[in-house]
Ligand binder design. Structure first.
Ligand code: 13P
Ligand code: SF4
Length: 300
């Protein structure tokens, strides 16, 4: 009941402004299940953003996702309901850092996680997400790549491929906090537990898991019915959202919150649509180059 007024208002505002809401898997259930038109991982949201025909895209996610949507569908108005919805990975590297890396490793291609600013993407050869990192790296047909900025994602992918990977020291503040000791303790407390870990977790945490994949990969695993008791080693809303769709599955719920994702609330989405703010734009000096690195990824 506390949410129903905002939900009704948002549904009416979507009609009024010809708007769609794209929501990441880490959005809270009242956003994810009650007002979103499209839900998914970073890769799915980028692909869907490209296809949007409505006038307005509201990104219920973080800033890099809104920028990616704007790059892929520049004639639409893209709104981000909170300017505070950033990302510790995106904040860990600048375009100048990428230029320095290129100078230090001449000729080595730069593979950039989508969790970065458009400025950083513009200095890159190709983007990747947690759902396609290995495929993107192997598509380049080289022996060595620079993979920025997530050190743990790079180390996890390095274990799956023969390509040598030069890493950066960026971390997701949500996933870096999990430890192998806590995963072992949860396994001991919950017999039969199936552990799914996001590849932004440290490699020693991923090593304790039964499966590692993007948020969409984890959703698909749960939907496949292979596990009755699940621990999702990721952001808290993932389990909340999946529990709605899979009441037959028991979700064990130690989790970490993403403060950036949690700046997006129903009230913020409502205000964003009412006042058509905060409009996301990408500087013309970087837009074409940033778009190219995302489009190269989508073509893989
Ligand atoms: P994916 O949904 O692409 O797995 O990304 C996780 C994440 O941390 C996004 O901010
Ligand atoms: Fe960034 Fe991690 Fe939050 Fe995703 S969960 S937005 S990677 S800080």
């Amino acid at each position: 009941p506390a949410f129903s007024e905002d939900i009704a208002a948002i549904l009416a505002l979507k009609e009024k402004h010809n708007a769609v809401i794209l929501a990441h898997n880490y959005q809270t259930p009242e956003i994810f299940h009650c007002v979103a038109d499209v839900t998914g991982d970073s890769l799915a949201l980028a692909r869907k953003a490209q296809e949007v025909e409505a006038d307005v895209i509201v990104m219920a996610g973080v800033a890099f996702m809104a920028e990616t949507a704007k790059l892929l569908n520049p004639s639409r108005t893209v709104l981000l309901p909170s300017v505070e919805a950033g990302c510790s990975l995106a904040d860990s590297i600048t375009a100048a850092d990428v230029r320095l890396l290129r100078a230090r490793y001449p000729g080595v291609p730069v593979v950039t996680y989508v969790n970065t600013s458009a400025d950083v993407k513009a200095e890159s050869d190709i983007c990747c997400t947690s759902g396609n990192a290995r495929k993107v790296i192997e598509s380049l047909g080289v022996e060595e790549v620079i993979m920025i900025p997530d050190e743990f994602l790079a180390q996890n992918v390095a274990k799956e491929t023969g390509v040598k990977i030069i890493t950066w020291k960026g971390h997701c503040e949500v996933h870096e906090r999990f430890t192998p000791e806590e995963i072992r303790a949860w396994r001991a407390a919950y017999p039969g537990l199936v552990v799914l870990a996001h590849p932004e977790c440290p490699p020693e945490v991923v090593a304790e898991a039964d499966f590692s994949g993007s948020t969409a990969g984890m959703s698909d695993f749960v939907a496949s019915g292979q596990a009755g008791r699940v621990l999702l080693v990721t952001e808290c809303s993932m389990s909340d959202n999946l529990a709605v769709d899979h009441p037959e599955v028991e979700f064990v719920r130690p989790c970490n919150l993403c403060p950036h994702m949690k700046h997006i609330t129903l009230a913020a989405i409502r205000k964003s649509l009412e006042q058509r703010e905060v409009e996301v734009t990408v500087d013309a000096s970087v837009a074409d180059r940033a778009r190219l690195s995302i489009e190269r990824m989508l073509a893989v």
